[in-house]
Design a binder for this molecule. Structure first.
Ligand SMILES: [Zn+2]
Ligand SMILES: [Zn+2]
Ligand SMILES: [Zn+2]
Ligand SMILES: [Zn+2]
Length: 410
């Protein structure tokens, strides 16, 4: 009976959708302690400034409205400047105020004088929104780094507008096959080389050449498949034919673009030419399902559909809702990333993995891009562009800014 009870309780267990902060706020509001969310008798009445919301001058004294960390907004209090020991938050407050004012300046609004005794409500509102956005983006960044299974860190940055984390996006590290599609993740062949660089290794078995040189750079032309060593091979993790499987090693930043291209991805470190940067992952669906979703999606959604057309056209990768950092990589008609088909533990030629390699040296801070029309085949002749009705409906103007820009995304 006891076991059944425990089983029943477990069955009813659902993940809490409320953030830890909100739960702590509730506890403090109700004066309850709860060890599992970190509210103890000791810290029940702790006060730490989370951010500053507003400013006023009363009798020549400066006051700031404080949002307390772990406390609800209703407990915000005005504190005199000399009580505040948070220089960084003060600087943030003034930066946000300055940014707001420089934005309205462009729109020729009236700018309040510096000797004002109170802030305009619109300014305070903006500062609070910015503070909340910063917290939400930090939380999202933490979550992405918890979920990712590769070495490189993921950063998130928005210095452009008030857009927060995307609401309908789930981070995954590898393909998520739709019901009915099976990804065989066990190779049927493994090599037994003592040195995979010099011997007839896995690529030779597949009838192709080894894709990499000794510096871990790709040396085969686009359109040629990559066959990496797999779990059946005798070689170890240092084998020169294991690159994509080790995942992204660069620290990348998902950032808000200032040219209207939404989120984009930039590298925070220098990337050598011909190096593996990231994999393109998403849901693996049948091409019929892709056609159906294509009808439902707006233009943006359609750009996440990636046909696996290496040898057949049975399957499509849809990264609209499930994906990794590649979900945020923008299109360019003159890109710095190039697509390759990769086979590792799955040797089914209908289901290659998609890897993005740098086409040239990419400097720290540069945005990463790939050509959405070059998905899969690596050929950009007009035949290769998909003109199926679902994807042709409306053309999307390209904002890549390249000299060679073709003008449209699709
Ligand atoms: Zn080998
Ligand atoms: Zn091998
Ligand atoms: Zn090997
Ligand atoms: Zn373009």
């Amino acid at each position: 009976m006891a076991a059944a009870g425990a089983e029943a309780r477990r069955a009813w267990c659902v993940p809490c959708l409320v953030s830890l902060d909100t739960l702590q706020e509730l506890c403090r509001k109700e004066k309850l302690t709860c060890k599992s969310i970190g509210i103890t008798k000791r810290n029940l009445n702790n006060y730490e400034v989370e951010y500053l919301c507003d400013y006023k001058v009363v009798k020549d004294m400066e006051y700031y409205l404080v949002k307390w960390k772990g406390w609800p907004d209703s407990t915000n209090t005005w504190e005199p400047l000399q009580n505040l020991k948070c220089p960084l938050l003060l600087r943030q407050f003034y930066n946000d105020k300055h940014n707001y004012l420089s934005q309205v300046k462009k729109g020729k609004a009236i700018i309040p004088k510096d000797n004002d005794k109170t802030l305009k409500p619109a300014i305070a509102e903006y500062i609070v929104k910015k503070a909340k956005q910063r917290i939400a983006l930090q939380r999202w960044q933490d979550e992405l780094n918890r979920r990712k299974n590769h070495k490189g860190m993921i950063f998130v940055e928005n210095t452009v507008d008030l857009e927060g984390p995307p609401s309908n996006f789930y981070y995954i590290n590898e393909y998520k096959p739709a019901p009915g599609i099976s990804l065989v993740n066990e190779a049927t062949f493994g090599c037994s080389c003592t040195d995979c660089f010099f011997e007839k290794c896995c690529p030779a078995e597949a009838g192709v050449v080894l894709a990499y040189n000794k510096n871990q750079q790709i040396r085969i032309p686009p359109g040629t498949p990559i066959y990496e060593c797999n779990s059946r091979c005798r070689c170890g993790p240092d084998c020169p034919n294991r690159i994509v499987q080790k995942g992204t090693r660069y620290s990348l930043c998902i950032f808000r673009t200032s040219n209207g291209c939404g989120w984009g991805v930039k590298t925070l470190v220098k990337i050598k030419r011909m190096s593996f940067v990231m994999e393109y992952v998403g849901e693996v669906i049948t091409s019929e399902e892709a056609e159906r979703r294509g009808q439902l999606y707006d233009n943006k959604g359609i750009t996440y559909l990636f046909d696996l057309d290496y040898e057949s056209d049975e399957f499509t990768v849809d990264a609209a809702r499930y994906g990794n950092v590649s979900h945020f990589v923008n299109h360019s008609c003159d890109p710095n990333l190039q697509v390759f088909n990769v086979f590792i533990d799955n040797l089914d030629t209908r289901l290659p993995r998609i890897a993005l390699f740098s086409t040239r040296t990419i400097h720290a801070g540069e945005e990463l891009t790939f050509d959405y029309q070059m998905k899969g085949s690596g050929d950009i002749s007009s035949d290769s562009i998909d003109h199926s009705p679902a994807k042709k409906r409306v053309r999307t103007v390209c904002k890549c800014g390249a000299v060679t820009c073709r003008g449209y995304l699709n």
